[in-house]
Design a protein around this ligand. Structure first.
Ligand code: 5RP
Length: 226
């Protein structure tokens, strides 16, 4: 199977996972990226089975609306049972790197609210140790140089992502070559840098379920303790 077929397979697996639990008043959290897009397109066929969605980006909101799926503000959703989203990397503990599509802040907020975070990814995203994919940071524009210097002190190589403005009006710095063998610790350290809005480590709030697309089929991996 090629990568798109694997993405399609995990999107279908996510729909199969949530479909029996959907209620007429369910609001689903929906992520951003090419894998999430496959999920959105499948969700369209079920749009009468749930109330609507909360989107993690403007692009996702537009795609959902294009399918006639009502999109709600997070503040008006009392509960989000499921959040379905892709990832740039995952480890076996379902700790993730996200933000390749620059949507990390809203993704992290929706993930924090959701009862169950379902990550959908093809097997190329599974790594032993996070960090092959550069770690995205959403940064307030005036703090760009300061944040870069602080990242160098932590051992990373910051690279400004040219030409990208997030949905929140900020910039992205991608951090290369950083030791992410203790992701929770690094996530907390980077959170302390003034001017960083969000970092793309999803370790304090990892995924609950990983649907991993492989050539042999989709593996369902539950976070330990879940
Ligand atoms: C966007 C993200 C995406 O989930 C991540 O980049 C994966 O994207 P894709 O499914 O296209 O590989 O974090 O900010």
């Amino acid at each position: 199977m090629n990568q798109d077929e694997l993405k399609q397979a995990v999107a279908q697996a996510a729909l199969d996972y949530i479909a029996p639990k959907l209620k007429s008043d369910s609001i689903i959290g929906v992520g951003t990226g090419s894998t999430a897009n496959f999920f959105i397109d499948l969700l369209a066929d079920r749009r009468t089975d749930f109330e609507g969605a909360v989107a993690s980006s403007d692009a996702t909101a537009e795609r959902l609306k294009g399918h006639g799926i009502p999109v709600y503000e997070l503040n008006s959703a009392s509960e989000i049972e499921f959040y379905v989203d892709g990832a740039d990397e995952t480890n076996a503990r379902l700790e993730l790197i996200k933000g390749g599509g620059a949507a990390l802040t809203r993704e992290k907020i929706v993930a924090a609210v959701a009862e169950t975070f379902i990550c959908i990814a093809d097997e190329s995203k599974m790594v032993d140790v996070l960090g092959r994919f550069p770690l995205p940071l959403e940064v307030i524009p005036m703090a760009r140089s300061y944040v870069g210097r602080e990242i160098v002190k932590l051992g990373g190589d910051p690279v400004y992502r040219e030409g990208v403005t997030t949905d929140n009006g900020n910039i992205i710095i991608d951090v290369h070559n950083m030791d992410l063998s203790r992701p929770i610790l690094v996530e907390e350290k980077i959170n302390q840098i003034v001017g960083v809005v969000t970092n793309g480590l999803f370790a304090r709030r990892p995924a609950d379920v990983l649907l991993l697309g492989t050539d042999k089929g989709v593996d369902t991996i539950h976070r330990a303790g879940i």
